[in-house]
Design a protein around this ligand. Structure first.
Ligand SMILES: C[S@@+](CC[C@H](N)C(=O)[O-])C[C@H]1O[C@@H](n2cnc3c(N)ncnc32)[C@H](O)[C@@H]1O
Length: 313
């Protein structure tokens, strides 16, 4: 199977389009192109004056985005982390002009389904897990060289793994005997280290999530990108973020709340709403997929969409 043959079903598409409040001639950013499901839905609503700037770290995704850009002059593809959103928006003269930004966080189905990307404990492959395999260190390099205490920290912090100590000890004991090179090999030794079984959850689920988040600096990239959104959005522009686990959603929720709360004053100081100088307003509550979408696409089960709108500076 070729990399391009894997598919990804976008989640909460209608909700994203409504949340972005799309204007046909608007300028939009899809910060996580993936297989372009959301981008295609956005493009359908744009007229020939509309523009869409798309980002992805993944070389396979961005190749597909470049193919799309070659046939649709409204599209521009950027192979970069969305943590550099401001730099690339500036290159396209788009600072303070963007009408909506979508972040659909985490990994795509093709990244998980293609065993050769080394993300999945369900499919054997070389342990890699990098969204961009051309930069940074692979998961294999990391598990074979990292200090035991740091492995414990990563598994706890990014996987909320109760048995982090046992798993880290097992990794360190195993690698003395033989290198850990493959996803199933790592999954197997985690299974051996974890006592008991959780219903409907592979024992390696949390550890794989933790290592993936760490290897790809997912939370740091998200924090960095959110801190730059204000310089990219136009007044009235919308931010839509889909998170898939509580660590991401906590960051997004806190960011949007802080932007909506405005400047902080001593609690006893009488200030008006305008003096608070809020930067954004929340649009509706967090949105989750309905039952029929979850039945069609189980990935949608953990998706949470939050929307905010930039207010006048
Ligand atoms: C859930 S998928 C997006 C799927 C997409 N919305 C679709 O409909 O096909 C997430 C994508 O974001 C990319 N990604 C994750 N973190 C990124 C980052 N910091 N910068 C750029 N792309 C990132 C991944 O490589 C992956 O392709």
């Amino acid at each position: 199977m070729k990399a391009d043959d894997f598919t990804h079903t976008p989640v909460l598409t209608e909700e994203v389009l409504d949340g972005l409040d799309l204007r046909p001639a608007g300028l939009y950013i899809d910060a996580t192109f993936g297989r372009g499901g959301h981008s295609m839905a956005i493009l359908k609503r744009l007229n020939d004056k509309g523009r869409l700037l798309v980002f992805d770290k993944d070389p396979v995704s961005i190749r597909l985005a470049e193919n799309l850009a070659a046939t649709d002059s409204r599209v521009q593809a950027v192979h970069a982390s969305f943590s550099e959103i401001d730099k690339h928006a500036a290159e396209y003269d788009s600072l303070h002009l963007v009408d909506g930004i979508l972040f659909d966080l985490g990994v795509s189905s093709p990244q998980l389904d293609d065993g050769s990307r080394g993300f999945s404990f369900m499919r054997d492959g070389e342990l890699d897990m990098r969204m961009n395999p051309n930069t940074g260190i692979s998961a294999a390099e990391w598990v074979n060289s990292e200090k035991q205490d740091e492995i414990v920290r990563v598994l706890k912090e990014y996987g909320e793994e109760r048995f982090a100590r046992r798993i880290a000890r097992k990794i360190v004991e195993t690698r003395v005997e033989q290198k850990i090179t493959h996803t199933k090999q790592l999954a197997e030794l985690i299974t051996q280290a974890v006592p008991g079984r959780e219903k409907d959850k592979h024992p390696a689920t949390r550890s794989f999530q933790a290592i993936r988040i760490f290897i790809n600096s997912e939370l740091e990239d998200l924090r960095e990108a959110l801190a730059k959104v204000d310089t990219v959005l136009a007044i009235g522009g919308r931010l839509a973020v889909i998170s898939f686990h509580s660590l991401e959603d906590r960051i997004v929720k806190r960011y949007m709340r802080e932007m909506a709360a405005g400047d902080s004053f001593p609690p006893d100081l009488p200030v008006t709403f305008d003096q608070l100088n809020p930067k954004m307003k929340l649009v509706g509550k967090a949105i989750k997929a309905g039952r029929s979408e979850v039945e069609r696409n189980p990935r949608a089960r953990s998706a949470v969409l939050r929307i905010a709108e930039k207010l006048a500076a």
